[in-house]
Design a binder for this molecule. Structure first.
Ligand SMILES: Cc1ncc(COP(=O)(O)O)c(C=O)c1O
Length: 359
């Protein structure tokens, strides 16, 4: 059917969700395509949801999420006025882009990076200024600085970068902050920061104390394993947060999600232990791949990147055959999430087989 609509929408690529685990013949299959946490929810988190939330689902949630906002403010050393919740950090990023950018404006960000950025920017009617990553998958800082102009309304930095796993150094983050005018906002999307073991990495919350035009986006989806409940938050200057709240989807963050996030903060030490074990698995897999002859850039998230170029599609078939759904970027490479140890063992096996095939 033809219908009147904003033609810019026709140019937006639809978001492609990571594929579910494929059918595997005679072996367990795994979904390692969406950078999810392989651990099941902690019993105390499930109990908090059941005990406090489920009886109240006939009621709207607290739209501002005060209890959680106050807790997050205390943890992050800011005031509650500096925190806004979102239905995942995806919504927080959407709030920010709608707040600052519209037709005629530009949003500068590295590419390849989180695939929602171009969708969110085009959805707001603004233009994307994508800056190609350096060959090692890290942000091209000179390129990002060179892309700034009078139309720039937002710069997005992704640390560590999805899908390449590269970390952004404090020195490079400061170079960007010195180059960006103080009335232009810079979003530090730190969805995977808990996995970032890079020496000298930038820490956006620390930088925020020096540069008030920084917005920090964090999520409970990854290290805290609440991807299915959709909850994330931003830290920013109070007037930025006020603006973001105005354009937020009303009641987008459920009471269940808020309770689960609060309960997760109560057991953060246990969750951090899980993060440590995922990091150990990541390092084990990458070390094994290097022995096989792969040249993987050091990953700093709960996933790693295999640069495969033209061989990407052929390699992707081998993963599916082995019962693994991975994230395939045709002609570029494959992003592999660190999953259960058995899934990781299968990844090592498939990579060995690919090397034997001459890939
Ligand atoms: C870099 C990055 N930012 C933000 C998100 C959004 O996560 P969520 O909306 O689940 O908080 C993701 C999800 O994969 C991501 O990779």
């Amino acid at each position: 059917m033809t219908y009147k609509h904003r033609t810019i929408i026709d140019s937006i690529p639809a978001y492609k969700q990571g594929k579910p685990a494929p059918q595997a013949h005679g072996r367990r299959s795994f979904k390692i395509s969406s950078n999810e946490n392989p651990f099941a929810p902690l019993p105390s988190v499930l109990e908090a949801i059941q005990k406090y939330s489920l009886d109240h689902i006939n009621r709207y949630p607290d739209m501002r999420g005060w209890k959680l906002v106050e807790r997050l403010a205390a943890i992050n050393g800011v005031r509650p006025e500096n925190v806004v919740l979102g239905c995942g950090s995806s919504e927080v990023i959407t709030q920010l882009v709608s707040l600052v950018a519209g037709p005629g404006d530009e949003v500068v960000y590295p590419w390849r990076s989180f695939e929602a950025y171009p969708i969110i920017v085009a959805g707001a009617g603004a233009a994307s200024a994508q800056v190609a990553n350096l060959p090692d998958g890290s942000h091209d800082i000179d390129g990002i600085i060179g892309a700034l102009n009078e139309r720039t309304r937002l710069v997005i930095l992704n640390n560590p970068n999805n899908p390449t796993g590269a970390s952004l150094s404090d020195a490079d983050a400061r170079r960007v902050m010195e180059a960006v005018p103080s009335d232009v906002l810079v979003l530090f999307d730190e969805a995977y920061f808990q996995f970032n073991t890079a020496p000298g990495t930038s820490v956006a919350l620390d930088l925020f104390r020096e540069y008030p035009n920084i917005v920090v986006a964090h999520t409970f989806s990854k290290a805290y394993g609440l991807a299915g409940l959709r909850i994330g938050y931003a830290v920013a200057a109070a007037d930025v947060i006020e603006g973001m709240r105005k354009v937020s989807v009303p009641f987008a963050v459920s009471d269940v999600a808020q309770r689960a996030a609060l309960a997760s903060l109560d057991v953060s030490a246990e969750l951090e232990e899980r993060v440590t074990s995922i990091i150990a698995e990541r390092d084990r897999v990458v070390a094994a791949l290097r022995v096989q002859g792969w040249e993987c850039a050091e990953p700093y998230a709960n996933f790693f990147w295999l640069s495969l170029g033209e061989a990407t599609d052929e390699a992707a078939e081998a993963f599916v055959e082995a019962g693994l759904s991975v994230r395939v970027f045709s002609g570029e490479g494959i992003r592999i999430t660190i999953g259960e140890p058995e899934a990781n063992d299968t990844v090592i096996e498939v990579c060995q087989q690919l090397k034997a095939q001459g890939i």
